[in-house]
Design a protein around this ligand. Structure first.
Ligand SMILES: Nc1ncnc2c1ncn2[C@@H]1O[C@H](COP(=O)(O)OP(=O)(O)OP(=O)(O)O)[C@@H](O)[C@H]1O
Length: 342
């Protein structure tokens, strides 16, 4: 299925992720899963991407492909190079060598705002919302910037007003979905850490990305919001948006990821479907470390790991919000924020 058939993210509420046309369940990889394996339909293809800081090889990726219309988790121990890899792919940092394409476009050397305009948008581990702007002002800033917009605005102010009205309608619809409507006029600085994460994700969706990259979306999010954030991520996939996210909470990874890529010391050491990856010896050695004796292939092993994770303040495991993801959403939002008729 092509990206042209995508549904804008803001209009996803009420759609059942399990019946979405984008939920094709065929194999993701061509052949067996292995580090650097080829995908049937990759949206990102990265080749020989390396970045060192002094003697430290922070990223040393030979080849990796990110599958289109899937949720891919990038996991690995602290310092594995995950955020640096995100920074490189999105133009926030420059590699020593390497190339990568997004939907066939070569992105090496392309600056972050142009990467975003091409449809690849990211959020940050430490949110970058503008504290001195209100929530709605932050949202409007995220709207996809149209070519020649400044000129447009100066010469045809009435056209700009129409565009601003459209942006505001989209923003309000996304704020409602992310349960931030009541905070619309508040300064972003007054939001909790978790609410800022939601705002950053909602703002990223204003650009109607084809790929959204989320750096630790759950960190700092209160358990009451975690479930709805997980639902939003699943919903994005059902609208045809590809998701790549960095996450430490294995419970989250296991529940929402279609594919997992494991990094350690800058390299891709394993990849595959979540269940398989969590039984991989390289992952157990590199990532699960102290819990290497836990058998993740057995229910007892998983229960034991969940006990360990439940002691982690950021984990939803063991909280009342843990459990299966909701696939039925409260009130379907019949208003399309992009103004289209059903
Ligand atoms: N600007 C920088 N200058 C020097 N070293 C850096 C810089 N950015 C990252 N590093 C180092 O590169 C390595 C990879 O860091 P990175 O933040 O990408 O890891 P990570 O996998 O995202 O870790 P975490 O899970 O803790 O966020 C680390 O050893 C880090 O200290």
């Amino acid at each position: 299925m092509s990206d042209a058939q995508r549904i804008p993210p803001g209009s996803a509420t009420g759609q059942d992720p399990d019946t979405s046309p984008f939920n094709d369940t065929g194999p993701i990889a061509v052949g067996p899963a292995a580090p650097g394996c080829k995908k049937r339909d990759p949206i990102i293809v990265a080749e020989g991407v390396r970045r060192s800081f002094g003697a430290l090889k922070a990223v040393d990726v030979d080849h990796v492909e990110i599958p289109r219309h899937k949720i891919t988790a990038l996991i690995g121990p602290n310092g594995a190079g995950k955020t640096t890899f995100f920074n490189l792919l999105t133009g926030f940092d420059t590699p020593d060598s390497g190339s990568w394409t997004f939907d066939g476009n070569n992105l090496a050397g392309i600056r972050p705002h142009r990467v975003a305009r091409l449809g690849m948008v990211r959020t940050f581990q430490l949110t970058k919302v503008m504290g001195k702007l209100t929530v709605i002002e932050n949202m409007r800033l995220g709207g996809a910037d149209q070519p020649g917009e400044a000129l447009w605005r100066a010469m045809f102010p009435w056209l700009w007003r129409a565009r601003e009205t459209e942006l505001t309608r989209t923003a309000d619809s996304l704020l409602a979905m992310f349960k931030l409507a009541e905070k619309r006029e508040d300064y972003a600085a007054s939001l909790s850490g978790g609410q800022r994460k939601l705002l950053e994700m909602a703002r990223a969706l204003m650009a109607e990305p084809r790929l959204i990259m989320l750096d630790e979306p759950m960190a700092g999010v209160n358990p009451a919001l975690t479930q709805s954030l997980l639902d939003h991520i699943k919903n994005l996939k059902s609208t045809g948006t590809t998701v790549l996210f960095v996450e430490h909470d294995m419970h989250v990874v296991r529940h929402i990821a279609d594919w997992v890529i494991v990094m350690a010391e800058g390299r891709v050491v394993a990849e595959g479907p979540p269940k398989e990856v969590m039984q991989d010896q390289a992952v157990i050695d590199a990532y699960l470390g102290a819990h290497h004796d836990v058998d993740l292939g057995a229910p007892e092993g998983i229960a034991l790991l969940e006990d360990v994770l439940s002691e982690d303040a950021e984990s939803v495991v063991g909280t009342e919000d843990a459990g299966e993801l909701l696939t039925v959403h409260e009130e379907p939002d019949t208003q399309d924020p992009y103004g289209r008729q059903p």
